[in-house]
Design a protein around this ligand. Structure first.
Ligand code: C2E
Ligand code: MG
Length: 719
């Protein structure tokens, strides 16, 4: 085609430039006119640019297509050297064409045609390069060796170059993208893979070429891509889903795969492109999140969501089969105190240990879950009889007989358990758990470390307890707390040696409540800390007032609950209150609640020593009750022991009580401690205790707990 065109143009060129030199006759002239018109038409309207240059390389003619290529009118082209016609001409590698390299100059110089030279000619109009393939053909006059003119044709290949560019870009992306890609033909046979594919699957192109796409899938796929692709007909032109991929070394991995169709111009599928990424890490994270949604992160036990699910499901079976089930609700006794005292690390450690111990006791078919904070629930399905849960409850309680050691602390804990039964105590999960919780509260009220079966009247009591708790928390702000004071005397002289402060709560509807009714609740809900500070501050201020009024009294005795003095800020609180009330430490005596919660940790011993060093006296309250260890007594810098009133009541008539009183007094004196007896109501009790060597006494015999302005004090203090 190009050859034909070239010939035509050459003939046309010969006529075009030689015409004026011919001697015409009419026929020749007509023939020439027709021929010239034909070729001029061809010259003007052909797609290719055509340029004639003379022997000096100057453009003598250019067609319309040239205007389109250069983006300037022909006037700018004709009469100039080729390179001067455009602003810039570049090669494919982007370098600039020099004068001697350009095709017409080469053709002129060598006398040989230059064909297929690719040039980028700057188009002024579009401000971009027009890419052309240039052919430069020298033309000779007969007998001459130097060309007298050059015919140049310029074929615009800009579009072709652009798509070549796009293709090479696609190829760069194909080979450098992080996703694995493989392409199959319409029969799903693999025809191409990228580098990431090989890196991710271990398979090279040679390994998989010609194999069907499902060769790369693992059987455990939920959805086989093959099926998805054909069955869904790729209606959306693409399919996405999770596909387990085969790895050459058998380490299968999950991938997220997108399959897209490639169609020809008739809409028929020619290829499928599979793009996939390895989602192993994502799946792991997802699995972990799924686990967290249904498990407690600390103990790894099922959480309340999973528990509810399991109970819901199991109750459906129980209804069908007519079987019984039970919910056991466990709450650790005084866990909050441990958390507040030793910090959350120790609290967490304790919860993990609790989970471990209980796990060993429950059956495989039971669900053991951490319900919240220090609350655990065991769900027993298909139990043989109503007594069965009690057996487990006993084991659960018994497992805490042995102390728990966490971060060097020896913790003695116990648990209270409430039991509800299906179907009698509730026919749905919520009711069963709620009623087991109510029964657990009853167990706590009954002195903790035990279990209770639910009974309907408990609900009323649980409501009562909640009401009391919320009212108690407001008692300070509502000015409902009152301090009573009770004298303590020297048994030998009968003189006043101290005054014990005893708190009461003026409940808005129930009237005056004794500390035994609300102190345990305050301890349980943590309100004891605020209450204790209030008592300490008011007692110290009262003592200051009495001293200022000239009353002679040695000690203000203040009761301190274990929850208070096990707190790390206890010493600072006492010092702050003393400073605030202006009371010297030597006037203060703290009565520490004994019992089994007293620990002998370094921190506690250090705090108690700090108090003693400051001049404050310490007494162990209710000595002889609970499990206060002799070992602790040696290490704690106390000054006095208080004998519990239960041994005083029958000290005269009951030899055993007398023996205990004698033993406590001897023990105290052996450790160089003073001993005070509590609850002396009669002269006989006073005399017997005095004979046994008891140093001090307190009881109705000397005075009831009364308000500070009571006459008893006025009289006694003036003695
Ligand atoms: P406690 O420290 O052993 O206080 C002595 C209790 O015995 C007082 O009861 C008192 O009224 C009573 N009592 C005194 N003399 C006699 C007597 O001759 N016969 C009889 N039968 N009882 C007598 P109260 O005031 O009801 O206090 C009970 C317990 O409440 C106290 O026992 C103490 O452990 C606690 N408590 C009282 N006030 C506070 C306080 O401010 N903080 C703390 N943490 N506990 C307090
Ligand atoms: Mg006391």
């Amino acid at each position: 085609m190009f050859e034909k065109l070239k010939d035509g143009l050459r003939i046309f060129g010969a006529f075009f430039f030689m015409m004026p030199q011919l001697t015409p006759n009419k026929l020749v002239i007509e023939t020439l006119r027709v021929s010239e018109a034909k070729y001029r038409n061809l010259f003007e309207h052909i797609d290719q640019g055509v340029i004639y240059l003379d022997g000096a390389g100057v453009v003598i003619a250019a067609n319309q297509a040239v205007e389109h290529i250069f983006g300037v009118s022909r006037d700018r082209v004709v009469g100039r050297k080729f390179l001067d016609t455009c602003f810039k001409a570049i090669k494919e590698d982007g370098s600039v064409f020099l004068e001697q390299q350009q095709p017409s100059v080469l053709a002129l110089r060598t006398g040989k045609p230059v064909e297929g030279m690719v040039m980028g000619l700057f188009n002024v109009d579009r401000q971009s390069y027009t890419w052309v393939v240039v052919n430069s053909v020298p033309e000779f006059r007969q007998g001459e060796v130097r060309p007298y003119q050059i015919l140049m044709t310029l074929t615009d290949i800009t579009q072709q170059k652009l798509s070549e560019g796009k293709l090479s870009l696609a190829s760069v992306i194909f080979n450098n993208i992080g996703e694995g890609i493989f392409v199959t033909d319409k029969d799903k046979k693999i025809v191409s893979v990228n580098d990431a594919f090989t890196a991710m699957t271990g398979f090279s192109y040679q390994d998989v070429h010609g194999k069907r796409a499902h060769f790369l899938q693992v059987k455990k796929n939920h959805l086989k891509v093959d099926e998805a692709v054909t069955e869904q007909g790729m209606g959306m032109n693409s399919w996405q889903g999770e596909v387990w991929r085969r790895h050459k070394n058998n380490k299968d991995f999950p991938s997220w795969t997108t399959v897209s169709e490639v169609k020809d111009s008739d809409g028929a599928v020619t290829h499928y492109v599979h793009v996939f990424m390895d989602i192993t890490h994502f799946k792991k994270a997802q699995d972990h999140l799924g686990f967290l949604a249904y498990h407690d992160p600390l103990t790894k036990l099922p959480n309340r969501l999973l528990l509810k699910d399991r109970i819901d499901h199991s109750l459906q079976n129980a209804v069908r089969e007519g079987s019984q089930a039970a919910v056991l609700f466990l709450d650790l006794d005084r866990f909050k105190n441990i958390n507040d005292t030793y910090g959350h690390d120790v609290g967490d450690g304790l919860l993990m240990e609790v989970a471990k111990r209980i796990k060993n006791l429950v059956r495989k078919e039971d669900t053991f879950s951490r319900y919240a904070g220090d609350e655990f629930v065991v769900f027993m399905e298909n139990i043989p009889d109503a007594k069965n849960p009690a057996k487990l409850a006993r084991k659960l309680i018994g497992t805490f007989d042995a102390p728990v050691y966490i971060k060097g602390h020896r913790l003695k804990i116990s648990t209270s358990v409430g039991i509800s039964l299906f179907p009698q105590d509730g026919r749905d999960t919520e009711t069963l758990i709620k009623n087991a919780d109510v029964a657990m509260y009853r167990a706590k009220k009954e002195g903790r470390n035990n279990f209770q079966y639910y009974s309907p009247e408990m609900n009323h009591q649980a409501f009562e307890k909640m009401t009391i708790e919320s009212a108690l928390c407001q008692s300070i702000d509502q000015h409902e707390l009152i301090l009573y004071y009770q004298p303590q005397v020297c048994l030998k002289t009968g003189k006043l040696v101290g005054v014990e402060s005893l708190v009461r709560w003026m409940h808005p509807t129930r009237g005056l409540m004794s500390p035994q009714q609300f102190i345990p609740i305050a301890e349980e809900i943590g309100f004891i800390v605020a209450l204790g500070e209030w008592v300490l501050q008011n007692a110290c201020m009262q003592m200051r007032r009495w001293l200022d009024q000239g009353f002679r009294v040695n000690k203000m005795v203040v009761n301190v609950s274990a929850v208070q003095f096990l707190r790390s800020d206890f010493v600072a609180t006492v010092e702050r209150i003393l400073a605030l009330s202006g009371l010297e430490p030597r006037y203060l005596e703290l009565e520490l609640a004994g019992g089994n919660f007293m620990d002998n940790s370094e921190q506690t011993i250090k705090a108690l020593n700090q108090l003693v060093t400051a001049g404050i006296d310490l007494t162990i309250d209710d000595f002889g009750v609970g499990c206060f260890s002799f070992n602790n007594l040696k290490r704690i810098p106390v000054k006095k022991l208080k004998i519990n009133s239960s041994f005083v009541v029958d000290v005269v008539n009951n030899a055993e009580d007398e023996d205990i009183a004698r033993a406590v007094i001897a023990l105290g004196h052996g450790l160089h401690l003073q001993v005070i007896a509590m609850g002396i109501e009669s002269k006989a009790q006073q005399n017997r205790l005095s004979d046994l060597g008891c140093d001090e006494g307190q009881g109705y015999l000397y005075g009831y707990p009364v308000l500070p302005w009571s006459e008893v004090f006025q009289k006694m203090m003036k003695q």
